[in-house]
Structures are given as structure tokens and as C-alpha cells.
Design a protein around this ligand. Sequence first.
Ligand code: PRT
Ligand code: ZN
Length: 226
Amino acid sequence: NAPARDRLRIAIQKNGRLAEPARSLLTACGLSWRQSRDKLFCYGESLPVDLLLVRDDDIPGLIADGVCDFGIVGRNELDEQGAARRRIGLPDAYQALRGLNFGQCRLMLAVPDEWEWTGVEQLAGKRIATSYPAILADWLAARGVDAQVVELSGSVEIAPRLGTADLICDLVSSGATLAANQLKPVETLLESEAVLAGPVKTPDDARAGLMAMLLRRLDGVVKVQD
Ligand code: PRT
Ligand code: ZN
């Protein structure tokens, strides 16, 4: 069991697409921080709520381990790590508590432009490159499709041209990256946006009240943004 704490810790992305909007959202909730020099940890000033600035990939694990109480992360990342946990029999350790109305994108299957897409049965025996192997494997299994998942940590969209995969499963927002790589989107696996993630079970110390208060403020702020 994690030790009792009387300050809240929120993990957000240090650099990247969600970093600035996440910080602005928390600022709009009335939080402010004393800037630390290394900027990995920001000490909360207006409230006992500290920030941890990390890679987005680390956020689900930090919540699972009880190191952080909340995190702002893409639903895609949270779902992928949740699906990966379930595949190896681990219990759920975090959940998406609120959609935050930014960071919208879709996790999609995309095939070479010259393919004529007729449906998922076309995927049998094909190699699909992705950074989301667990979501993709679940999606394929749910449709009874036997395809090979090729896990790549980056540059997924060049895999078909390199010959390491036949098609890809990747995040899409404008679609420009797909088009530039002569690929076209054909199926949506997940509609994603940034979410506030939290533990499955609320801690029973001083943090519970802070968490409830922050959720209330967030609901006010996110509603006003609509
Ligand atoms: O360093 P760190 O690990 O923290 O960052 P990262 O590089 O893993 O993540 P980052 O900052 O690129 O993205 C963070 C989150 O932003 C993602 O997990 C998504 O939830 C969200 N998001 C929203 C996106 C996009 N839109 C997006 N378009 N993440 C990535 N992309 C990429 C996509 O992978 C593809 O390469 O952008 C390209 C496609 O964009 P379009 O506009 O050409 O379609
Ligand atoms: Zn990342």
C-alpha cells in the first residue's frame, strides 16, 4: 500500500502536443507552481498540488504505481497500456475520469492508396505496423481476423514503403502524414482525446478532498470551453 500523502501529484507531458494545453487547463483550474530549476517537478503554490513533467508513455504507470494521483494523457496511450495489462492478466489500475476537449485524433488503419478496400476480411495474413499492438490485437481478435501485428515505436507510416509491413495502424489528425506516405485511412479503432486519468480507487487520506475539488473545478472549466 502506498504511504499516505497530503499533497496531490499530477503527471503531465513535459514536451509535446499535450504539454501546453494540459498546463493551461490546470492553470485555469486555479493552480500555480513555483518553477523548479530542472522543471521535472513543479511545487504547487496556490494549492498543495504538485506537477510531474514526464514522457506521456510513463503517465499510466505512474498512476498504477501510486506515484501520481492524476495524469493528463491521450486516451490512446491509456487504453493501450490498459489493454496490454489485461492481456497479461493484470488488474485495471487506472481509469479515464474526464474527456478534456483537446488532443483529438483517431487511431486508424491505413492502407496503400492503390488498395481497393473491401473490409476487414482483407486483413487475413497481412502484416500491420503499429505503436498500439494491444489495442490492435484486441480489435483484430474481436473481428476474428488473423493478421500479424508488427510493433514499431515510431515512423510507422514508412513501414509499407520499406516492406516491413503491408499496412499500418496509427494516429491520424489532419491526414496529411498518411497522404504524404501514399496511404489512406480505412477503419477507425479509437476516437481519442486528452483525458484526465486517475486511480481505480481514491486514496483515503487528505488527497481525496483535493481530488474531488479539482474534478469540480475541471468540470466548470471544460464546460465553459465548449
Ligand atoms: O515525448 P513523449 O513520449 O511525451 O511524446 P510523444 O511523441 O509520444 O507524443 P506526442 O506529443 O506526439 O503526442 C501526444 C498525444 O497527442 C498522443 O498520444 C495523442 O493522444 C495526441 N495526438 C493528437 C497526436 C496527434 N494528434 C497526432 N496527429 N499524437 C500524434 N500524432 C501524430 C501521428 O502519430 C502521425 O505521425 O501526428 C501524425 C499525424 O498527423 P496528421 O495531422 O498528419 O494526420
Ligand atoms: Zn510518448
